[in-house]
Structures are given as C-alpha cells and as structure tokens.
Design a protein around this ligand. Structure first.
Ligand code: NAD
Length: 363
C-alpha cells in the first residue's frame, strides 16, 4: 500500500496521534513507523500498549523544539514521510501560557520543515509542491484544526478557502504553522498535504477536554462545568474516523492539497451534555435525568468562538471518505471505553500514567 520505507509520526503518544499510529502500524507491516513524542502531560504511551510490540513500531522520545536531538533522529532514520501531529492542543492552557504554544506549534513545525528540506531532494521548480501519486517520493502531512478559520455566525460552513481568522493563542499558533507548511511548498517545492479537522472525541481523550471531563465528572457525581450559557456550537468527529481519514488522505491525495475533515454533525454544548447524561444514566443504571443536577454554568473563556462548522464535502467528493458512525453511536462507544478503562482514567487524573515510560522504556 505504501511506497514509503520509514514514516515519522510526531505526537503519536497523544490522543489523536495514538489512533493514527495504530492505523499506520497495523496496516503497513512493511513500513517502519517511528513515533516521535516528547511525552508532555498530554503524551501517554499506555495509549499504544496494544501495538508497541509490533516489529515495525519504534518510539523515540524527542522534543521537536530541540533542533539537535531532532536532527539526530532524522539522520539516524532518514524518514521518507512525516505525519505531524505534535502540538500543544488545549485552548485554555494557551490563554494562560501562550509561549509553550508558540514554541512547539510554530518553532517545532519550522524545525521539522527545515530538516525535511535538508534530507529530501525536492525540486524547487516543482511549483507549490504539487506531485501526482506516482511522482511523489516524500511527503510532509501536517495535521491542523478548523479553529484557524475563526468563528461563524448562525449560518455557513468553513470550506478549504475560508480566510484564516484565528482568535486564541492556540489557533493563532496552528494558523502560523499551516502558513509555514504551505510557504515551504510554494518556495522550495516541499511535497505537503494539510488537513483541518473539527473537534475530536473518543477513547484515550485527556480528561481536560469537554467530553472526557464530563464523563469523568458524571462517573464520580461531580459538577460538569459548562462555559457561558452552553450555547457554543461545535462539529464533532469520532477520533477513529479522523485517523482513518488521515490514513486515506496520506495514501490517496495529491500533494499541495488541503482537506477539511468533519462529522457533518453540529451540537450545542448544552445539548451534547444532555445527550451524554441521558446515555450515561442508562449505562450506570441511574434514574433517568439523575445526573442533570451536575450541570454547572461557569464564567466564559475570553475570546470564545461561538460556532464552528466544517464542510468536509471535498474529501467526500474526491476520496469518498465519510464518517463511519453517527455522533450518538460514537458517544456510546466512547462512554463504554471510559467505563471499561477506569484504570486508564484514574492513572491519567492522578498523573500515574507518566510512570509508564520509565517502567517500559528506561531499563
Ligand atoms: P494531544 O495534546 O492529546 O497530544 C499532543 C501530543 O504531542 C502529546 O503526545 C505530546 O506529548 C506531544 N507533544 C507536545 N509538545 C511536543 C514537543 N514539543 N515535541 C514532541 N512532542 C510534543 O493533542 P491531540 O488532541 O491529539 O491533537 C493532535 C493534533 O491534532 C494537534 O496538532 C492538534 O492541533 C490537531 N487537532 C486536534 C483536534 C482535537 O479535537 N483534539 C482537532 C483538530 C486538530
């Protein structure tokens, strides 16, 4: 399936990255898949327990802001493709500590691009980094977010040509990294692909984000914080469907292209929490509506975007991709996973998961 011998996946110990590593490592047994991750608070190798024994999987603990360490792994493996997910990803954290976002999301991406430029022999005359499937020998696939487009009113959808209008330090840093990737395509002929995805949810989601946080709070009968009046609207995609979309785009898309990925699936936060409570009260055999009392409205986040909604029709039209589950089905699978993996949740919330690396990789 893949003509590539060695693929780097950055941020592979994170929420989405771990699903992407699983997709690549199990479907491409003849390709070496190297997971490059610094293991910040968000990186957890327990997410990959089921695949880490596979002979084509490697893990390298590397910080993408460390140019020396990064150059060393590039020289050792000479990857022919990079799928780049490593990032600081939590909007609230970007408001309290924007610098970490600028360092990792902007400088870290620039470091990766510079190394690809050094080891790959792409032709600067090849305008916009455009190569057909047959021609391409290298690929830089950058994973980004729909938050770069800013906020929508009641109507309309983000398309691939919507002008960028990021509002938080997180989305601004991701927007900067997207621009850098395209500029390396335009200027140097870097063969790249970019995709911008809506909010993901599913197994292994760190419980600082809305859905896993709410699941954890409902299990423990603690308050569920909801920003403002709960009126914020997001499009949600089951993380496994995102990983499958990335795998398909990686193999089937022309370079120099951008794809929006989304679930065609908009929910107001308040309705989403109600749906979650309804499903969880049933699964936990609690009386109907029992957990509604846990909803607690809290002071809004500054610069909060009102509505995101993504038009993923280009991906559907060109590559035939569509989500495999509805939101209600994906949510049900997600709740089941969290109920069956309470140890994972306890380890993450207590910080215990950080010991996994020491006990499995450092002896
Ligand atoms: P995450 O926070 O769960 O994981 C990020 C991973 O990157 C972690 O394993 C972390 O250890 C690693 N990392 C962070 N800084 C690093 C550094 N300096 N060097 C090396 N590794 C580092 O994030 P996620 O939710 O899985 O998001 C992954 C990517 O997808 C990000 O680029 C994000 O912008 C994008 N994205 C996320 C969503 C979403 O809903 N979560 C939606 C669209 C796009």
């Amino acid at each position: 399936l893949s003509s590539f011998k060695t693929i780097f996946i950055t941020g592979g110990a994170g929420f989405i990255g771990s699903h992407v590593v699983r997709e690549f490592v199990t479907n491409l047994p003849k390709t070496t898949i190297v997971n490059l991750d610094a293991l910040t608070y968000a990186g957890n190798l327990e997410n990959l327990k089921d695949v880490e024994h596979l002979p084509n999987y490697r893990f390298e603990r590397v910080d993408i802001t460390n140019t020396v360490a990064l150059a060393e792994v590039f020289n050792r493996y000479t990857p022919d493709a990079v799928v780049h997910l490593a990032a600081e990803s939590h909007v609230d954290r970007s408001i309290t500590d924007p610098n970490a976002f600028i360092q990792t999301n902007v400088m870290g991406t620039a470091n990766l691009l510079n190394l690809c430029r050094t080891i790959w022999k792409f032709n600067p005359e090849h305008a916009h980094g455009r190569f057909s499937l047959e021609e391409r020998q290298n690929l830089f696939y950058h994973i980004s977010t729909d938050e770069v487009y800013g906020s929508l009113g009641e109507k309309g959808l983000f398309t691939e040509t919507t002008p960028y209008d990021p509002k938080s330090p997180y989305s601004a840093s991701k927007a900067a990294s997207d621009h850098l990737v395209r500029s390396y395509g335009n200027t140097y002929g870097l063969p790249y692909i970019l995709s911008n995805c809506s909010n993901n949810y599913g197994p292994n989601h760190f419980p600082e984000k809305l859905i896993p946080l709410a699941i954890n709070q409902i299990i423990n009968e603690k308050p569920i914080p909801i920003y403002g009046d709960g009126d914020y609207t997001r499009d949600w995609l089951y993380v496994v469907d995102h990983a499958k979309a990335i795998f398909q785009i990686f193999h089937e898309a022309r370079t120099g292209e951008t794809y929006n990925i989304g679930g065609f699936n908009e929910w107001k936060n308040i309705d989403l929490i109600r749906e979650l409570i309804s499903q969880m009260d049933k699964k936990l055999r609690r009386p109907e509506g029992y957990s509604l009392k846990l909803m607690e409205f809290v002071k809004d986040r500054p610069g909060h975007d009102k509505r995101y909604a993504i038009d993923a029709s280009k991906l559907n039209r060109e590559l035939g991709w569509k989500p495999s589950v509805t939101f209600e089905q994906g949510l049900s699978k997600t709740i089941d996973w969290f109920l069956e993996n309470r140890e994972w949740l306890d380890n993450v919330t207590s910080g215990e998961y950080q010991k996994y690396y020491e006990s499995h990789y450092n002896n």
